[in-house]
Structure formats: structure tokens, C-alpha cells
Write a protein that binds this ligand. Structure first.
Ligand code: ADP
Length: 602
């Protein structure tokens, strides 16, 4: 009996648990975001520091150069004699050399009116010589005795540069200005192709350096009117009206450093996707881990449930088995008790039966003995008749002087009296339950003796005798006297039956071995058993003969004797008419020929 528990609620509760645990992913996301943001910020801060240091380094390299150059006599000479070709040529060559050595883009010398007298690019097509830059703020600052600083696009080159300018003095008097332009384009190209973007804005909030060309010269904040006018006046950008740069601040993580001396702000813009991607990965991994944990938990729960189910099932089975064993045991005990009592009853009944049988046997035997004593005359009639006949014969023989034959008759008479004594003794023994152990008896001689006793009567009745016997002596388990008694009875009955019939009268005798014994068949062609006689012939006193002739004891005694010998007497009629008696005897080992005969007096 397997108890089927619905599994679905298990999984439903697991799903619910997963739903409850899902918010755990939010702090995970938060933590991951913070971690990756800090990581990125730290990394970008370093990049920013490096870039700012690099930019400042570049500017600082040239900051003091105008002042130093202003002290050079060759340049001062130009301001003193601006029209002297040789001086100009010297100054131009000198500026060209120094510019080449320092890496400055251009160096040039202006008089107080803003005219360029000498320049490092004097021999180039876009030479500054004889050009006027009074509109540039650095010139104004330098003439005013301050260090001029300015970011701007070269008016001829179009390249972005930073201008440093300083006054050239003759004593206290300002006689000119010396300007050094530093190329800034290259500082932009230094920025690699990283996802992070560079953004350098000037004091107007306009982008001057950036890694994104489309952002260049765009305003990161709205410009004031004054700023717009200044831009128009000094033209630092290629455009007079910088367009606003509309940055989506949510998409970028911005870090800014300001450079106070230039009024610039250097920003590094990292796309938020740089954080989002790893964070998403972390959350996905976290989610997957949670899912796997959930699955494992579910699996473990299921296995545990199976295990518990199995244990419960086994316990139930064991209990059932024990119950069944107890039931069976009690059944068996009940059965055992019943059997014991039945056995006792049986034993009791058996004892009763044995006692009853004993009593019956004894009673039967006593009654048979009573009957037999009444029929002793019948049993002894035949030898008596024979003795009488032998005696009469002997008398006649003696009359005829045949003493030897008479002696033979007397001897036979002696033997017969011995046999009669034996019969009497046997009847007595039968009544007393005396039993002789069966002995080996030769069948044919016993039969011959029985026939000899009846031979006279048989001949008188003209009964033909048909014998079918083996030559070899057959040995049977019997008592010598008892066997002769039985045979004599059966043969006498046959002759009795044949008297009721006219000639031809025949008596058949045959013997055959069967299995563990020997069958002797005695058949006559008399009237045969009536159907009542067939059923009752073994009963004592059953006779169909007239009272004077028969006592009805012959077959009763024969049957009892045969049983006592372990044999059997079978009564039947032959299919061709007449009675057929079968005497079944147990076979015996060949013994000494007729010796010793059964002790008749025992
Ligand atoms: P009895 O000879 O004194 O009648 P038995 O016990 O010897 O007593 O026989 C019983 C009966 O069995 C006989 O009366 C007879 O009817 C029957 N019987 C015995 N032997 C034969 C036989 N050979 N043929 C026909 N009937 C027989």
C-alpha cells in the first residue's frame, strides 16, 4: 500500500520561497554596483590624475619661456631696430632654433602695437611675421606687465594652442611682448581608444579638448551674454556661437578635476554600461546560484520525503507482517491445541476401540467355541467315518487272512485318531487365543492327504478329478494341521454340492504363484453358491443343507484359520457354473519336508 502524496504543493512552496528570496538579489545588485563603481572610480581617478599631470607638465614647461626669451639681446635688438634686416634675420633664426629645441609650436616677438616683428615660422607660408594680434587677450595682459595666458585656435593654422605671453622690458618700460604657443592638439590624441571619454572645458564651460570629436567646442552650460561677446571678440573657438552639449548624465559616470591656473575642468566620463554589465552578470550568477540552491533544496526535500515515505512504508509493512505472524502464531497455537485434544481424543477412542475389539474378539471366539463344541461331531465325523470304514475293512481282511493289509488299515486308523486329537486340540487352542507361529508347509502333500481322506466317497460319487499343479513343491506359511483341516472342509463341501447334481461330476484343483503368495483354486461343477450363501457362508451356523447334514461351521472355521495364517479365503461362482473357492496363502521359504509337524497338543 503506497500512500500517494500530491507533490505539487511542495514545488509551489518552493516557488514561493524563491519569490521571497528574490529580493535578496537587490542588495546583491547594490553591493556589486557599489563595488564596480568604486573600482571604476578609483581606476579613472588615476587616469585623470595622470592626464592632468601630463597636461600641467606640458604647460609648465613653456610657462616661463617668454620671460626668459625676452631677455635675449638678439631679440631685444629687433625691438630697438625693427627695420634692420640682419637683426630680423638673426632673431627669426634664433626663435626657429629655440622652438625646434623646446618643442613649442610657434614663438614670436611683437612690438607694443601688436605687430609681429619676428617669428619662429618666419619662413613658412602661414608666417606670423608682420601680423597683428592686439585683439588677443594675452597681448593685452603682457603689455600690462602680467603673464598672458590664453587658449585659442590659431587664426592661420586652425590648431588649438595655449599661448603664454610676457612683456619685454627696457628697464621699467615695456617695449614689446614675446609669445610662445604650445600645441594642445597632440594632448588630445594621447587619449587612447577606451570606453571612457575625456572632456576638458575652459572657463566658459566650452569643450576645448575631448576624445569625442562631436563634442568639441560645445558648451556644457548656458553662456552668459558677456561670455558670448567675449567669445566673439577674442575668437578662441572656430565658432562664435558654441552649441550646447546635451549630455545624458544618467548614462555617464563623471569625475572632474579643476586646474585653477587655467580655469579649466578636466572630466573623465565613464559609460554606466561599464558597471551595469558586470553587475548584471553578478546578479545573474546570484540568481542562478539561488535557483540551483532552490533546486538542490527541493531535491533534498523530495529525497527526504521519499526516504521518510519508504521508512514509513517499511515500518507499516513490518507491522503488518508482525501482525500477520502473531495472527498465524495464534492460529497455529489454536490449531495445535485442537490437534492435541484431538490426538488425546483419538488415543482415548483407540484405547476404547482396542478394548472393545478385544472384548468383541473374545466374545466372538467364545461364541464360536460354543458353536464349535456343538459341532465337534461334524468336525470329527469324517475321520470317524473313515476309521469305521477302515475298521470294517480290517475285519473283512482278517476274515480273509490278509493280516498285512489289515495291519495297514489299523495303522491308518491310528493316524486318523491322532489327527482327530489334533483337531480337538486345535479347536481348544483357537478358543484360548493360542497361536502358532506360521511355519513352512508343503502345499501339494497336504492337498494329497486331504484328498486321500475323501477318496472313497469321491470314487463312490464318480467325481472326476482334474489337477493342474506344478511339479515343484510349493511352500506356504501355514500350520500343517490347520491347512489339512481347511482343505478337508473345502473338498467335503465340494463333494456335498456335487451330490445335488447328476453325473458328470468334476472337481478341478489348480495352484499358481501370485506376487508374494500362492493361490489354490478348488472348483466344482455343482450348483454353486446361492446369492445369499455367497454373502453369508462365512457366518457360523449359516447352512443351506438340511439340519442333520450341515451345521454351517465349516467355512466359518476355515475363514478364521486362514486369517490367523495371514492368508485369505475367497468365495465365488465360476462363470461356467459351480463354485470356485480361492485359497490365498503367503509363500514361505522351503522348509524340512513335513518336519516338524505342528504340535497338536500345544
Ligand atoms: P455346512 O457345510 O454345514 O452347510 P459350511 O459352512 O461348510 O456349512 O457351508 C455353508 C454353506 O455354504 C453351505 O450350506 C452351502 O450352502 C454353501 N456351500 C459351501 N460349499 C459349497 C459348494 N462347493 N457349492 C455350493 N454351495 C456351497
Amino acid at each position: 500500500m503506497t500512500q500517494t502524496v500530491p507533490r505539487r504543493p511542495r514545488w509551489r512552496s518552493l516557488a514561493l520561497l524563491a519569490l521571497c528570496l528574490a529580493p535578496l538579489l537587490w542588495p546583491l545588485q547594490h553591493l556589486a554596483e557599489r563595488y564596480y563603481r568604486n573600482e571604476l572610480i578609483e581606476q579613472n581617478r588615476q587616469t585623470l590624475d595622470l592626464y592632468v599631470a601630463n597636461l600641467l607638465g606640458t604647460l609648465h614647461r613653456y610657462e616661463t619661456l617668454p620671460q626668459i626669451l625676452g631677455d635675449l639681446p638678439a631679440l631685444r635688438a629687433v625691438l630697438a631696430k625693427p627695420l634692420e634686416i640682419e637683426t630680423l634675420t638673426n632673431a627669426n633664426r634664433l626663435l626657429q632654433d629655440i622652438a625646434a629645441q623646446t618643442g613649442a609650436e610657434v614663438m614670436y616677438l611683437m612690438d607694443v602695437k601688436g605687430n609681429t616683428l619676428a617669428a619662429s615660422n618666419w619662413n613658412k607660408k602661414d608666417s606670423f611675421v608682420s601680423r597683428n594680434f592686439t585683439f588677443r587677450p594675452y597681448f593685452i595682459d603682457a603689455i600690462a606687465g602680467r603673464l598672458g595666458r590664453f587658449f585659442g585656435l590659431g587664426t592661420t593654422s586652425g590648431k588649438r594652442g595655449y599661448f603664454f605671453a610676457a612683456a619685454v622690458r627696457d628697464g621699467e618700460k615695456v617695449i614689446g611682448a614675446l609669445v610662445v604657443k604650445v600645441d594642445l592638439d597632440h594632448t588630445e590624441t594621447l587619449w587612447g581608444k577606451t570606453p571612457e571619454q575625456l572632456l576638458v572645458t575652459d572657463h566658459n564651460g566650452v569643450v576645448i579638448l575631448t576624445s569625442r570629436p562631436e563634442w568639441r567646442f560645445r558648451a556644457t552650460r548656458p553662456l552668459t551674454d558677456a561670455e558670448r561677446q567675449a567669445i566673439i571678440a577674442i575668437q578662441p573657438y572656430p565658432t562664435r556661437d558654441p552649441q550646447p552639449l546635451n549630455l545624458n548624465h544618467d548614462a555617464w559616470l563623471t569625475q572632474t578635476q579643476s586646474i585653477s591656473e587655467t580655469g579649466w575642468h578636466v572630466s573623465i566620463l565613464a559609460p554606466r554600461t561599464l558597471i551595469d554589465r558586470p553587475v548584471r552578470t553578478v546578479v545573474a550568477v546570484g540568481g542562478a546560484t539561488l535557483l540551483v540552491l532552490m533546486l538542490l533544496l527541493g531535491l533534498m526535500m523530495q529525497r527526504r520525503r521519499h526516504y521518510l515515505d519508504r521508512i514509513a512504508f517499511e515500518a507499516r509493512t513490518r507491522q503488518e507482517l508482525e501482525m500477520r505472524v502473531i495472527e498465524r502464531t495464534s492460529d497455529l497455537e489454536g490449531l495445535n491445541r485442537r490437534l492435541k485434544s484431538e490426538v488425546l481424543e483419538r488415543e482415548h477412542a483407540q484405547q476404547e476401540l482396542v478394548r472393545a475389539q478385544d472384548e468383541l474378539v473374545q466374545a466372538g471366539k467364545l461364541s464360536a467355541l460354543g458353536t464349535m463344541s456343538a459341532s465337534i461331531s461334524h468336525e470329527l465325523n469324517q475321520p470317524l467315518a473313515a476309521i469305521r470304514s477302515y475298521a470294517e475293512n480290517a475285519e473283512i481282511l482278517l476274515d480273509h487272512q490278509r493280516t498285512e493289509d489289515a495291519r495297514g488299515n489299523l495303522k491308518l486308523i491310528g493316524e486318523l485318531t491322532g489327527r482327530m486329537a489334533s483337531i480337538i486340540a486345535h479347536l481348544r487352542a483357537f478358543a484360548r487365543r493360542d497361536r502358532h507361529a506360521p511355519e513352512s508347509v508343503a502345499l501339494q502333500p497336504a492337498l494329497e492327504d486331504a484328498l486321500a481322506l475323501l477318496s472313497q466317497r469321491r470314487r463312490a460319487m464318480a467325481v472326476e478329478l482334474v489337477r493342474d499343479m506344478p511339479d515343484a513343491t510349493l511352500w506356504v506359511q501355514a500350520g500343517e494341521t490347520r491347512l489339512r483341516q481347511v482343505l478337508g472342509n473345502l473338498l467335503a463341501n465340494a463333494l456335498d454340492a456335487l451330490t445335488e447334481k447328476a453325473t458328470p461330476r468334476t472337481l478341478w484343483l489348480s495352484v499358481e504363484r501370485v506376487g508374494d503368495g500362492v493361490n489354490l483354486y478348488i472348483r466344482d461343477n455343482g450348483p454353486g453358491f446361492t446369492s445369499e450363501a455367497l454373502n453369508r457362508a462365512r457366518e457360523p451356523f449359516f447352512t443351506t443343507k438340511t439340519r442333520t447334514q450341515g451345521l454351517g461351521l465349516g467355512l466359518a472355521i476355515c475363514d478364521t484359520l486362514m486369517r490367523a495364517l495371514g492368508g485369505e479365503l475367497i468365495l465365488a461362482n465360476h462363470p461356467k457354473g459351480g463354485a470356485l473357492l480361492t485359497l490365498h496363502l503367503l509363500a514361505a521359504t522351503p522348509g524340512a519336508n513335513l518336519q516338524p509337524p505342528e504340535d497338536p497338543t500345544a
